[in-house]
Design a protein around this ligand. Structure first.
Ligand SMILES: *Cc1c(COP(=O)(O)O)cnc(C)c1O
Length: 390
């Protein structure tokens, strides 16, 4: 009989979310929501303006960019960016190496926008050289869209290089930086990026409920009338906000209060550098610990973003993912199934209100769980053997 160890919990006693999101937030971020504001309240309007300015600054967009927040999950913001900025007579090339790239293609298909795709394996970064050749051969493209950190695998795409290639041809680059914004550096004006979207509840550690787009003002001005949806029209949302400081429709007031507190905590941690360093330390702790137990990461370290890590499924016949998942959850660690087509896998996230100590606890819980399951090592089947079998 094993005596169950005390669960490791968040500041408010919940299990830790080692997932792609929603994520663990601090007690103070949740506590910031204990107020009700009306949409026209002066204080709330000032908070909106302050948050928009701070997000532009994090993106390095003080000259020429604006921030348009939007109600909904991150996908709403991605859809709003694509459908507002790509005009009916435009054509977007979508770079795909995971589920979030595919989602952008689905958005364009649903919206009836003209699009093309370039696809790479989920364990391979998008290739700026191949992109340059493709752009050379496709004179009718107006935009390129790419995912910064592909949360499907945890891979960091070379967005700056992609931006260089796209800017050389005078096209607009649209970036889904959902899982990277605030932790991985990306400077919109030096990289000549047209627009970047992210949400409040990933690396900025706010609560879910809104996303935002940092967009070149001149591109947004040109986008008037492009939208095919009223509620996802970023141009209209922007005009209204610039006009009276208010949201067009019911604002996510509590999520905005939490977001302001989250940005204060982001600043006190040292901004992007501080946040990125904590996540890098989390990731190191996790990867080193899991490798000691025999696990293998999908990605080589040079492709891995410190956001979420994909591990190959252990080969041991006693390993059952559902049991593994359930026992970790009982110990206070919620992990995430894999979503890959290239390998059987699961994921463990490093972002949210987590420290290296939490990740150390997670690795200890994994070790304990393997022992209880009678699994001697986390090692996957040799890759040669796996591919020979398929
Ligand atoms: C989380 C995420 C999204 C948005 O997902 P939602 O579930 O709509 O919030 C989009 N792109 C990437 C890369 C993400 O990690």
């Amino acid at each position: 009989m094993s005596c169950a160890p005390k669960a490791v919990l968040s500041e408010t006693g919940d299990p830790l979310l080692l997932t792609p999101g929603p994520l663990t937030t601090s007690r103070s971020v949740k506590a910031a929501m204990l107020h009700d504001y009306g949409s026209r309240d002066r204080t709330f309007i000032e908070i909106n303006a302050d948050i928009r300015r701070r997000l532009v600054r994090i993106a390095g967009g003080e000259s020429g960019y604006t921030c348009v927040p939007l109600q909904g999950s991150g996908t709403f913001a991605v859809e709003a960016m694509l459908t507002t900025l790509v005009p009916a007579q435009g054509r977007v090339l979508i770079l795909i190496n995971g589920a979030y790239g595919h989602r952008m293609a689905k958005i364009c298909q649903t919206a009836g926008l003209a699009f093309e795709t370039m696809e790479w394996r989920e364990d391979q970064p998008v290739d700026p050289g191949a992109l340059a050749e493709r752009l050379e051969a496709s004179p009718d493209l107006t935009h390129v869209a790419v995912v910064h950190c592909e949360t499907t695998s945890g891979l960091r795409n070379p967005v700056e290089e992609v931006a260089g290639v796209v800017a050389e041809r005078g096209l607009g680059l649209l970036v889904d930086a959902m899982s990277a914004f605030g932790a991985l550096p990306l400077d919109v004006s030096t990289a000549a990026i047209e627009a970047v979207v992210a949400s409040a509840n990933k690396c900025l550690e706010g609560v879910p409920g809104l996303g935002f787009c940092i967009v070149r003002r001149e591109a947004l001005e040109r986008a008037q009338g492009n939208a095919i949806s009223l509620s996802l029209d970023l141009h209209d949302q922007w005009r209204a906000m610039e006009g009276n400081g208010q949201w067009r429709f019911t604002p996510p007031t509590h999520a905005m209060l939490a977001f302001k507190q989250a940005l204060d905590e982001f600043d006190s941690e040292g901004g992007l550098a501080g946040r990125g360093a904590r996540y890098a330390a989390n990731c190191r702790e996790l990867v080193d610990g899991m490798r000691r137990l025999g696990f293998e990461t999908l990605l080589a370290d040079n492709l891995q973003a410190p956001i979420i890590v994909t591990f190959r499924m252990p080969a041991d016949a006693n390993f059952r993912f559902q049991t593994f998942y359930d026992r970790l959850a009982e110990q206070g660690f919620v992990i995430y199934p894999g979503k890959l087509t290239v390998a059987d896998s699961f994921r463990i996230g490093c972002i949210g209100r987590l420290t290296a100590e939490h990740l150390r606890g997670a690795v200890r819980a994994v070790e304990r769980t393997l022992a209880e399951m009678g699994v001697s090592s986390g090692a996957p089947a040799p890759q040669g053997a796996a591919s020979a079998a398929t």
